[in-house]
Design a protein around this ligand. Structure first.
Ligand code: LLP
Length: 405
């Protein structure tokens, strides 16, 4: 792989420096359309809200909004980012957790708010006129790493299924009249049946909640979690099977309970941007010994997923197809967890070579930090051979400016 969006990797490195996040604009648009198409085919009343947390670069958000997606925000600043992008209120949703009063004042600017707990209800501004929903914990969850399972007994999110009817009763007593219901049980799942199971749990609890209330939910939101392959040989998520299974469960369950099938909401993050992003980095030093360490100018500060979850991102030595030899790829951070991949097949690399990490569009730039005084990198959007800087590299002056020194 020598180019992204028609832009040559060596030229990009020379022009913008490394480390550098790169995004393929066409890929992002395709991902939006693939998802839309799959649900249109089986459950057209589906609204897609991009999970801003996956990558909150406003330029990417603008691209995604232009494809018709709304935004799911997790903090007041994410709401502001989405508003500045021009996304209208009805396409803004807020899903936080352990929300403060200030969080919920910002959340109320969105057309829908998914509350994490019953205690959040009295903190939500009383004049909120959007759709109110609770996030339920379905009692189980699934994710590609234990750290990204967000449902089940060990998850800090949502209210139990048992306490959900009382939460909605209280909301109705407080005068709220527009309701949705939400869950998000884990990230990076590639099994369509998991999503079908979650839909069934949500639909049954929705019937238990809304029938006695005499109301219809304005949406059932099954969250994000749509996975992508990170390794060769991993099968992609079968979106058609997923949408078909979810639609089948939803119509079946609604018929069983005499409910009108409600609009469905989904909140994909990773699926939209994950495989459209890359991290381009340069070899700074090679240490030979019992193990061959290839040191890079990116580290766990730039891309933390390997250190945090044991995640793996495929790495390519730019311009070199063969994979003879092995290497352990690491950064320059003073932590022994600053390892991208240990003892992987990798060609002989020398100082100055470029290494490209794949699938770095989601939760990579978004989770970057300036540990060890290694600052956050620039981000560039590539399309049809032209490259646009969409985030400057953090500068030392910007960094020091916070401390007024
Ligand atoms: N909705 C809610 C309420 C969420 O909490 C999340 C992600 C999403 C949607 C989007 O999920 P996605 O479609 O991207 O799976 N940092 C981890 C992922 C954490 C996911 C947190 N919540 C990683 O690097 O894998």
């Amino acid at each position: 792989m020598n180019a992204i969006g028609g832009c040559d990797l060596h030229e990009l490195a020379a022009r913008f420096g490394t480390p550098l996040y790169l995004y393929d604009a066409v890929r992002i648009e395709e991902n939006c359309h693939i998802l839309r198409h799959a649900f249109n085919a089986h459950y057209p009343a589906t609204d897609i809200f991009y999970a801003v947390k996956a990558n909150g670069n406003p330029h990417l958000l603008r691209l995604i909004a232009a494809c018709g997606l709304g935004a799911d925000c997790a903090s007041p600043l994410e709401v502001t980012i989405a508003e500045r992008t021009g996304i209208p209120r009805e396409k803004l949703m807020y899903t936080g957790n352990y929300e403060s009063r200030d969080d919920l004042i910002a959340a109320a600017r969105c057309g829908a708010v998914n509350l994490d707990d019953i205690t959040a209800l009295e903190k939500l501004p009383g004049d909120f006129d959007g759709i109110l929903s609770f996030r339920v914990n379905p009692g189980e969850g699934s994710g590609s790493h234990p750290g990204i399972v967000t449902g089940g007994p060990d998850a800090k999110f949502g209210i139990s299924l048992e306490s959900a009817p009382a939460a909605y009763r209280l909301a109705a007593e407080r005068g709220f009249t527009r309701f949705g219901i939400h869950l998000m049980a884990g990230s990076n799942n590639r099994d369509p049946l998991f999503f079908a199971r979650m839909t069934a749990i949500l639909c049954h609890i929705a019937a238990d909640i809304f029938r006695p209330l005499g109301r219809h939910p304005e949406y059932l939101d099954i969250g994000g979690g749509f996975g992508i392959p990170y390794a060769d040989g991993e099968a992609p998520l079968d979106l058609d099977a997923l949408a078909r299974a979810v639609a089948g469960v939803l119509t079946g369950c609604c018929a069983e309970h005499g409910l009108t099938p409600p609009p469905l909401r989904i909140e994909p993050g990773r699926f939209i941007v994950g495989d459209a992003g890359y991290l381009l980095t340069r070899v700074t030093a090679v240490k030979k010994g019992p193990r061959r360490f290839v040191g890079l100018d990116a580290g766990m500060n730039t891309l933390i997923r390997p250190a945090l979850y044991g995640a793996r991102h495929r790495a390519i030595l730019v311009g070199m197809e063969s994979t003879a030899g092995t290497a352990t790829l690491c950064g320059r951070i003073c932590e022994n967890t600053d390892i991208f991949a240990a003892d992987i097949p990798f060609p002989d690399a020398v100082e100055g070579d470029l290494v490209l990490f794949r699938d770095a569009g989601a939760y990579c730039a978004a989770m970057a930090m300036s540990y060890n005084g290694r600052l956050r990198p620039a981000e560039v959007l590539c399309q049809d051979g032209s490259a646009r800087l969409i985030a400057r590299a953090e500068s030392a002056e910007e960094f020091l400016g916070r401390y007024s020194v």
